[in-house]
Design a protein around this ligand. Structure first.
Ligand code: SF4
Length: 442
């Protein structure tokens, strides 16, 4: 391997678009670069290396990238900066992006971040493209990861997806599923516990299909193993897939006291015919059966989901089934979107029949229903005392702190003392649809 030129002349700024996995990748990129002498900066203006870690999941996230690149193109006319595009848009368009944006110095896909120091040190005026797939898991030693939070840590357990839901770009930008050896995950979590982390969030596009490449141990086994790590108090994971969510995982959550009673289980649509066209691999009835099982096992579990409205061919009746499912399940939170055509996906070959106005109407209707459900749910929590992990102090209101309860709901509370990084008991005194407000119970 050619010697990497020391990167100490570089001050880098990373802008992250998209999901938690991208945030964790940016933490990895920062770790890999600082190890080679580069310095991280929170200010774009004072940096000479700017990396955009991109998201391709919706058209909008791509548009955000192009407007950001527009700003950088003008900045580059007056300042000597190196610009790199990483992440899912880099992987999706690769050389096309280099050709269209000649001021971009390198384009790098998620399987190539280990090569970054070499790419930057070799980058003398030529454009570099690095979007090859790696069949093997690429381990980044946990001590290298430059973590944003000192309280809650992301731990990636697998990458890629084999499901090919017909609307989804992820299999084309993250490749086939690759699972991380279970011993590496346990080692990282023990490390994190030793350095004082109280909460970990396991990340993967479809964590339920996790399998240890050496022993074949599955996701429920991983949860039980991590439940034994001293020092960690809360374990969360995202993202699950109803098709792979087995009863064993439900029992593992119930029987592992550190695994939070909170689950994000994306349903996407309440209509079995739409789910079929989405290639989701389950029906409305299958999904409701899993919800019933979970609530039988853990009546207090907090459930959230993803919803897409306006999928090609979605009739009023099919849309109504989504609306009724939300009324029936009463999720604690939802992430809802109108269908967005993505290149290369099977759905992009279907006619996008639902007019934009109608997509918008359906989205607004779903969101206002959910707002009402969340407000009613939160109002029922007034007077209760709950355990909250304090994550930070409000920038707007001094002595107002913010944290998350076990259900991953935002809880804001007044306190004279700083409890950041600690668990506190909070008595809920009021609420809105999207957060709870309370007073600390000492
Ligand atoms: S499970 Fe479906 S929606 Fe999720 S990442 Fe895989 S292809 Fe995309």
């Amino acid at each position: 391997m050619k010697k990497t030129r020391d990167l100490e002349n570089y001050k880098f700024y990373i802008h992250t678009f998209g999901c938690q996995m991208n945030e964790n990748d940016s933490e990895r990129i920062a770790g890999i670069l600082t190890k080679e002498g580069a310095k991280i900066s929170a200010l774009l203006e004072e940096s000479n290396l700017i990396i955009l870690n991109t998201c391709a999941v919706r058209e909008k996230s791509e548009e955000k990238l192009y407007s950001f690149l527009g700003r950088l193109a003008s900045l580059k006319k007056t300042k000597n900066i190196t610009i790199g595009v990483a992440g899912c848009v880099a992987q999706l368009y690769g050389s096309e992006l280099s050709e269209q944006k000649p001021f971009v110095d390198f384009v790098i896909g998620p399987d190539n971040y280990q090569k970054l120091p070499q790419i930057i040190s070799d980058n003398i005026g030529e454009k570099i493209l690095s979007t090859s797939w790696s069949p093997e898991w690429q381990e980044t030693p946990s001590e290298l990861i430059f973590r944003e939070s000192q309280v809650s840590a992301y731990v990636t357990i697998m990458e890629g997806c084999n499901n090919f839901c017909s609307y989804c770009i992820v299999p084309f930008t993250r490749g086939r599923e690759k699972c991380r050896p279970i011993q590496n995950i346990i080692h990282e979590v023990k490390d994190l516990a030793d350095t004082g982390y109280l909460e970990i969030q396991l990340l993967g596009q479809n964590v339920n299909s996790y399998r240890d490449p050496q022993t074949g141990k599955d996701f429920s086994a991983l949860l039980r193993e991590l439940n034994r790590v001293d020092g960690i108090e809360w374990i969360r994971f995202i993202t699950s897939h109803p098709k792979n969510f087995s009863p064993e995982i439900g029992f593992a959550i119930k029987e592992s006291e550190k695994v939070c009673r909170q689950l994000h289980l994306p349903v996407q649509s309440g209509s079995s015919s739409v789910l079929k066209r989405m290639n989701r691999g389950y029906t409305r009835e299958d999904y409701l059966e899993k919800i019933e099982l979970l609530r039988d096992l853990m009546p207090d579990i907090n459930l959230s989901t993803d919803i897409i409205v306006g999928f090609p061919g979605e009739t009023d009746e099919e849309y109504k089934e989504t609306f009724i499912l939300l009324e029936k399940v009463r999720f604690t939170n939802i992430f809802s979107f109108r269908y967005s055509v993505r290149p290369k996906t099977a759905a992009s070959k279907k006619q996008d029949t639902v007019p934009l106005e109608e997509k918008r109407r359906r989205l607004i209707e779903v969101q206002s229903l959910q707002k009402k459900i969340q407000l009613e749910h939160n109002q029922s929590l007034i007077g209760s005392i709950m355990k909250v992990l304090c994550l930070g102090e409000s920038k707007k209101a001094p002595r107002i702190f913010s944290g998350r309860n076990e259900g991953y709901q935002v809880v804001n509370f007044k306190s004279k003392k700083d409890f950041i990084g600690k668990f506190v008991d909070v008595c809920i005194t009021s609420c809105g649809p999207y957060s709870l407000i309370g007073e600390i119970v000492l």
